[in-house]
Design a binder for this molecule. Sequence first.
Ligand SMILES: Nc1ncnc2c1ncn2[C@@H]1O[C@H](COP(=O)(O)OP(=O)(O)OP(=O)(O)O)[C@@H](O)[C@H]1O
Ligand SMILES: [Mg+2]
Length: 317
Amino acid sequence: MALRDILNSGVKLIMIGGKGGVGKTTCAAAIAFHMAMEGRRVLIISSDPTPSLSDIFERNIGSHEVRIHETCELYGLEISSDIVLIRWKDRFGKEIHEVISSFADVDYDFVDYIGTAPGIEEEYMLSFIIELVESNKYDLVVWDTAPAGHTLRLLKLPQLFLKHMEAATKFYMNIYSYFEKLKEAVRLGESKRTLLEIIGSWEALAERIVRFIRDRTLTEYIIVTIPEALGVILTERIIKDFQEHGLYVDSIVINHVIEHEDCEFHRIRKEMQRQYISMMRGQYRNVDIMELYLMPYEIKGLERIEKISQVLFKTQG
Ligand SMILES: Nc1ncnc2c1ncn2[C@@H]1O[C@H](COP(=O)(O)OP(=O)(O)OP(=O)(O)O)[C@@H](O)[C@H]1O
Ligand SMILES: [Mg+2]
């Protein structure tokens, strides 16, 4: 749905993606701020390795949720992959150890080893954020994702989410024969059932996450881009990739648009931009497209963030 319709919808999660440096954090901040000013309880999360929210809001936001506005309910959280991994271990470490140590002699360090498997970090980031969303502590969570490559990898993974752990376990420990024994034990009524239940619960969690991110009434995807060839190509790639995974981009923000051409340099640039903008408008007729002007200053502090949100929320698609 269009950005301006989100306010009165049941959307719980807005994900903002796009190429590096195009204005993702700026747009995420403006959207979160607007929704909070409209009376919603909003959490903005950045999973970027560099602490970008602290920068734009000009206050310290760390790995714990902090309130970033005195009057409206706007909260912020910067979550690094290190912390995600620590939380992943808290959440699953004991279960994993329980599963593996029941058939192999491993100490707890093995959990660390599984934690280094490729993809775990992104997988758990998603799980962590969905759990936050589902906790209903906030009306809306706005997620400023890391640059495009990361986002794509992240979105490719949910289908495999946590099944990966099962697969990793099978692979590393040659679990197949163990599963046969386990099934036999269950058949004979012996007390191994909980292990199958644990693995079952991982799968259930994976399915829940996929259902959530595919539900267009709950999750909204916004791509930020710029009116240049590279921006157009990358947007195309992201949208195609999303579709392949059953996900749909709802809005595109075209940022860095020249508003007034008052010199030759800007006239040429604006003409170049115009072509790419109409190309995208023609290509994505079902997507809400917004244009965001390039301001003469960088976007830092609430006053400028508010300025961006005014442009975003009055732009017609
Ligand atoms: N419309 C705009 N007008 C003026 N400056 C802008 C605008 N949009 C973004 N900027 C500036 O451009 C820089 C990059 O923006 P931002 O940090 O939002 O990009 P990003 O996509 O989050 O980058 P990264 O991929 O590094 O996380 C910032 O200095 C920001 O203030
Ligand atoms: Mg950013």
